[in-house]
Each structure stands twice: as C-alpha cells, then as structure tokens.
Design a protein around this ligand. Structure first.
Ligand code: SAH
Ligand code: F3S
Length: 463
C-alpha cells in the first residue's frame, strides 16, 4: 500500500484542506503516515502569504527531491496556495516534481496519484509533472470529508473559499480566487456527522466568514446569511462550542454582535484582524474601515458579552509606516488589550498593489516594531490570565499535554489550560478552578461535578 505524508504550511484553511485530501486518499486505499521518512508519497500543502513560507516549502521540496536519486518511485507533489501563485515556474525550478495542484483541485489528487503510480509501473505514458491549476466551479463543496477513524473533539469546517477584498498587501485573492460559499444545509449535515462521531467543538473557516453567502442567500429577520448559519449550527445536538475564523471588520454588523449574546454555544472569543491602528495605513492597505469603527465593534462586543476575548492580525512595516503611525497601532493594542495576536512583518508579494509602493521599511525597523508589539501582547495576555486566578472556568479537555502527566484543554475564551484529569474525561467539558497563570496557560484543578461529589460523599459516609 502506498504511504502518504502530507506536510502543511500556513493557516487553518490549509490544515483543513490537507485533512480533506488525506481522507480522500484513505478512501482510495492509500495509508497516511505522520512523517516523511515512512512515506512513499510526500505532498506539501503550501502557503504564499509571506515570502518566508514559500521559501521554506521550496527548500523542503529541493531536499526531498534528492530522494528520487536512490528511490525512483518516490512521489513528490506541491499543492495549495504556492502552487496556484507560482504555477509552472515551480516546475522549471523543481523539475523532479511529480505533481502540482492548485487550490480548486484538491479533490483531483487521488486520481493524479493513481495515474502517477500506474505510470511508474510502466502502465501509463511517459512521466512528466502533472499540473492542475484550473479554476473549478463548485470546488468549495469538495472540502467536506474528515478523517473519520480518529474522533475529532474539535473539528474545522470549511464554509467558503476565496476572498473578494483587495487588501493591498495580500496574495490570497490570487491564490484562493473569488468568494464561493457552500450551502447552509451541506455545512449543517457535515456538522451533524461530526457530532454523531463525538465532536464537541466546530470552528467554521473562511477567508472572510461574515461575507458568507451574501450574494446567494437572502437576509432573513435582519440576519445575514452567516448569522443564519450560526443559528443552524447552534441547533446541532452534541456540539457544545462554536468558533469561526476570520471575520472582517467591514460587515461586522449588529446581528453578529447579538449572535455572541444570544447563541449559547458561540464562544466569547473573536479573531478580528485590525492590520493597523493608523487610519492612513488602513487606507493605503485598502482596508475599508477606520480605527474608530474598529473600536466601536470591540465596544459593541464587550457591551453584549462582558468577558469577550479578542485576537487580531497586525502587519508592521507596511510601506510608508512612520514611527507615529506605528505608535497608533501600539495604542490600539493597549486600548483593546488583546488576549492573542498574530504579528506579521510586511512581506512583499509580487503582483499586489503594495509591492510597487515606494518607501519600503527596512528590515530592522520591522523587527523592532514586531518586538514592541510582542511585548505589549505578553503583558496584556498575562494580565488577562492572572485576572482569572481564583475563578472557575469551563474547559473542554482535548487530551494529554505534550509533556508531563497533566491534561490539556481550552476555555471558551481559548485560553490554554493544564490540569490533572483522566482519559475518561477527554472530550468532556469540565469545571476547573484556576490557581496559577502564565502568559500562555492557566493551571488548575478539576471541580467535581454534583454526581461525583455525591459519590465521594457516599464513600466517605460509608467509612
Ligand atoms: N482573511 C484571512 C487572512 C489571510 S492572510 C484569514 O482568514 O485569516 C492572514 C494574515 O496574514 C492577514 O490578516 C495579514 O495580517 C497577514 N498578511 C497577509 N499578507 C501579508 C503580507 N504581504 N505581509 C505580511 N503579512 C501579511
Ligand atoms: Fe487577504 Fe484581505 Fe481577503 S487580508 S484574505 S484580501 S480580507
């Protein structure tokens, strides 16, 4: 049997795509392995958001291609965003590639691999690189299979593909194409199937989730299609927690704010990319909102749900960013007191409008700004965690911690928790009393539920 290893770079969307490809391959009789050394086929699912991510994948391909000298049947493929972004230029650079598959053709991978393997057996035409980068109508509907033999306590569900915004720095509209959504019923079916297999938490994924269905699905009772979808997922029995990523500040309307208040399963955590705290930068970035509007959304959410948690994406060193404009981002950071943030040093993406803007910022300035924000984040994140000491938190236990004897889980606010527990509690929601906090984790003890307490009481009474 052919053993496949899929290595994933980049975001949750990529992880989800890799999982779906893995599930399709298993369905075709391939087996999946968790490292490249045991694999006869290695597929790299790539990211193009920053140059560094592309360079890493190119480096890895070059390294893996050497195996072909000693193992002529070894199969090597690149799929996803970098395949789409760079196209056949990659084949010129990496002639040993067997397969190059774009972001709308993931579902074609099993056929392509079958063909490559037949060819190796001498049953097909001369081997060349198979290149499949076309757009395909309906391809968003093909990312639906999960690796069913492993119970997924928390699962990703892809609700749409593509992005119609044109942020001046971003390659994603090129790599992922324009917005295409899946029908509500199909998404709900998928969530129901996951719930039936024991999934407790779903994270709905899209490049810009609050645009979901805006052209296809009418507004009902003043609710956007995305909020209608959230309401349907809320009804799925067995699902206890709902998350999504990422919404855009544009189109973050009152119905979505109220969903956080009204939908009990929607966790009080939002990843709301700001990119910058400076209005001039936002304008140059082609982000259609102001700092003031962003803060209005944050306030609206805090009013609706007082213990809301906030996360963001920030780019430092966008062309022309002055010290003062960077200070505006720092003050936004302090004002929101983010619990989590992804801070990116601006990376030139050929073909995007920002690539040809003058006044590129020197690398060392980007580094310094990056550090400054990481320091601010460390402070606000630690302060938030320390404020939770003594409280009781609802924790979904995900499994054993990587090291030591403790178990690991998450609060509704996406804080990482470490606590003594047992295998029986994996996949369960428990109450944890927080007694210690670091920047990244909360430590605590289980609070026994009513039934367990009663059991313990009976035990001690009988002594
Ligand atoms: N809306 C998408 C965003 C995808 S890109 C989502 O669902 O997450 C993820 C983040 O990468 C962006 O929010 C932005 O902060 C960062 N990014 C995008 N292009 C970049 C570039 N050229 N340089 C540095 N960071 C970039
Ligand atoms: Fe990229 Fe902006 Fe869309 S960051 S994914 S173009 S919302």
């Amino acid at each position: 049997m052919n053993r496949v290893y899929i290595k994933t770079y980049g975001c949750q969307m990529n992880e989800r795509d890799s999982e779906a490809v893995g599930a399709m391959l298993r369905g075709r009789g391939y087996s999946l392995v968790d490292n490249e050394h045991d694999a006869d086929v290695v597929l790299l699912n790539t990211c193009s958001v920053r140059d560094q991510a592309e360079q890493k994948a190119i480096g890895k391909t070059g390294y893996l291609a050497k195996r072909k000298k000693t193992e002529p049947d070894f199969v090597l493929g690149i799929m996803g965003c970098m395949a789409q972004n760079r196209g056949t230029e990659l084949v010129d650079k990496l002639p040993d590639l067997d397969l190059l598959v774009g972001t709308q053709k993931f579902h074609a991978i099993p056929d392509h691999l079958d063909n490559i393997i037949q060819t190796q057996k001498g049953l097909g035409p001369q081997p060349t690189t198979i290149v499949d980068l076309e757009e395909e109508e309906g391809s968003q509907n093909t990312i639906r299979e999960h690796l069913s033999d492993d119970r997924q306590i928390s699962a990703f569900v892809s609700i749409m593909q593509g992005c119609n915004m044109n942020c001046a720095f971003c390659i994603v509209p090129k790599t992922r194409g324009s917005e295409r959504c899946r029908p509500i019923e199909e998404i709900v079916d998928e969530v129901e199937e996951l719930a039936a297999k024991g999934t407790k938490e779903v994270t709905l994924l899209g490049q810009i989730v609050n645009s979901y269905g805006r052209r296809e699905i009418p507004i009902r009772n003043k609710k956007s299609p995305f909020v209608q979808l959230l309401e349907k997922v809320q009804e799925v029995k067995g699902i206890e927690r709902i998350r999504f990523t990422s919404p855009h500040p544009r189109g973050f309307k009152q119905d979505l704010v109220e969903a956080y208040r009204d939908l009990s399963k929607l966790c009080e955590y939002v990843h709301l990319p700001a990119q910058s705290g400076s209005n001039r930068m936002l304008k140059l970035m082609n982000r259609p909102y102001s700092r003031e509007r962003y803060l209005e959304i944050v306030d609206g959410l805090r009013n609706a749900v007082p213990d809301m948690y906030f996360s963001t994406d920030i780019i430092v060193g966008f062309p022309g960013e002055t010290d003062e404009e960077f200070e505006d981002t720092c003050s936004l950071f302090e004002e929101v007191a983010y619990d989590m943030a992804f801070i990116f040093k601006y990376s030139i993406r050929t073909g995007t409008p920002a690539a040809s803007m003058g006044d590129q910022i020197p690398q060392e300035v980007k580094e310094a700004r990056n550090h400054r924000l990481l320091d601010l984040l460390a402070k606000s994140s630690l302060a938030r965690n320390e404020s939770l000491i003594g409280t009781t938190q609802e924790v979904l236990i995900e499994g054993k911690a990587k090291r030591g004897e403790l178990f690991q889980g998450k609060t509704r606010g996406y804080r990482n928790c470490l606590l003594p527990a047992s295998d029986r509690l994996v996949g369960e929601i428990v109450q944890m009393k927080v007694n210690r906090a670091t920047q990244s984790s909360l430590y605590g003890d289980l609070i026994l539920s009513g039934i367990e307490e009663a059991d313990t009481a009976t035990l001690s009474n009988s002594h």
